[in-house]
Design a protein around this ligand. Structure first.
Ligand SMILES: [Ca+2]
Ligand SMILES: [Ca+2]
Length: 424
């Protein structure tokens, strides 16, 4: 069943020209930018009295923000990847509770009463500035495009709380009078009363309860998304921010410390280096599917079935995948080894046979290497020369060329020689 669903998804993206290579380790700069939007809301809070428990009713307010992240650990074949990211989140949320009280009258017009009778409510406005660590199931993303991740954040929240005690629904023609609660059915359930209070509210929270202040608040979250192309992914995210205090609602509550939830739709773009080292491929050539890569007859010279030429405003654009070469062993240039035998590994995508690949060692073409078209893995055993060794892999298909190179340093073991003669 799971396999069938995956097949359908694969098929869908075959037709929509999406890219089945979900991660481009080579061209991806590791930086990513995201926007998100959704709602924040606080959970309901209990207020206990002698014979009753009254729960508040919460409402979500539109909230949204952006993230800017950098992959600190993202390696081919590894189970996890780790990102650090900055988040800004701006938003608001509301709540009402069926408990009334007497509040100072914010209306300072002459003749106004000092206090005003109103039901408890709140509007919280928030601005989060967070640093988040994101742990992603990297191999799942690489093989299926499904992005599953968890994150934890530390941050500062610039937030304020206001209360609505005056009815200013007539706008500037009304100075703001206490609410007329005669329409509220006080024998209804507490949740119903809270709903009615919300419907009665002018949603203008004119009374400041907590002036904006900056407070430390940690957060935890989970995300589920899909990598539609190497650059673009979309998904949903949920996080909880911990206020570490009971004052983000200012309701008469006996509950634990306040928290709030945020559920959002997220759009994310991976920022690229700009197309790789010395590629001669057209930049628009990166959109195809895995099915073009697995070619059952590796020696027929053609690598793809979807070579199409589209004429657009007398400009010819070739679609299909240019090759992608990534030397994975040595992983870094100037790696130092002490053994002359070296097993070089590279991943080569979008070629159908080793005939399309050239391996060079110190400028000389090496023909003794293996390439597995299914795993895309190229292996070559090299006999290193002392000192610097220059390794280059070039792949070419009818869309373009890609290459990768690394330097490796072979340091010969130091042999301590005994003097040939110790004669006088
Ligand atoms: Ca008001
Ligand atoms: Ca509270």
């Amino acid at each position: 069943m799971k396999k069938a669903i995956l097949s359908i998804i694969t098929l869908l993206f075959t037709f929509s020209c999406a890219n089945a290579q979900y991660i481009n380790y080579k061209d991806d700069s590791g930086w990513n930018f995201g926007i998100n939007m959704g709602g924040t809301w606080q959970p309901k809070e209990p207020s206990y009295s002698l014979n009753d428990t009254v729960f508040s009713r919460s409402y979500a307010g539109f909230s949204g923000g952006l993230t800017l992240g950098k992959a600190l650990y993202e390696k081919e074949g590894k189970f996890f990847s780790f990102d650090l990211r900055f988040r800004y989140l701006g938003g608001k949320n509301y709540g009402w509770i069926a408990l009334a009280d007497s509040f100072a009258n914010p209306n300072i017009m002459p003749g106004s009463a000092d206090s005003v009778y109103a039901y408890h409510n709140y509007k919280m406005k928030l601005n989060e500035f967070d640093l988040e660590g994101v742990l992603t199931l990297n191999s799942l993303r690489a093989t299926t495009g499904i992005i599953l991740y968890g994150f934890g954040g530390i941050g500062l929240n610039y937030y304020s709380v206001n209360r609505d005690v005056l009815d200013n629904s007539a706008g500037i023609f009304n100075d703001g009078n206490p609410y007329d609660y005669s329409s509220i059915n006080t024998s209804a359930g507490h949740q119903q009363i809270a709903t009615d209070l919300r419907n009665l509210s002018d949603l203008d929270f004119e009374s400041e309860v907590l002036a904006p202040e900056l407070t430390f608040m940690p957060s935890l979250g989970l995300g589920l998304g899909y990598q539609f192309t190497e650059k673009f992914s979309m998904g949903i995210e949920h996080k909880i921010t911990y206020a570490l205090d009971n004052d983000i609602s200012y309701l008469p509550s006996d509950g634990p410390n306040d928290i709030y939830h945020y559920t959002a739709l997220t759009l994310r773009w991976n920022l690229f280096n700009g197309g790789g080292s010395s590629s001669s491929a057209p930049s628009g050539g990166n959109y195809s599917t895995e099915s073009t890569v697995i070619n059952p007859s590796p020696n027929n010279g053609s690598y793809s079935t979807n070579q199409t030429v589209v004429t657009n405003e007398s400009q010819t654009v070739t679609t299909g995948n240019r090759p992608l070469v990534n030397i994975i062993n040595p992983a870094n240039s100037n790696m130092i080894v002490h053994n002359s035998e070296f097993h070089m590994n590279a991943k080569v995508y979008y070629v159908s046979s080793k005939n399309q690949i050239t391996v060079k060692h110190n400028g000389f073409i090496i023909s003794d290497f293996n390439y597995d078209v299914n795993s895309k893995l190229l292996r070559a055993n090299l006999s290193l020369a002392p000192g610097k060794n220059y390794i280059e892999v070039v792949a070419t298909n009818n869309v373009g060329t890609d290459r990768d190179d690394k330097e490796i340093v072979y340091e010969m073991p130091v042999i301590t020689e005994t003097p040939a003669c110790s004669c006088y």
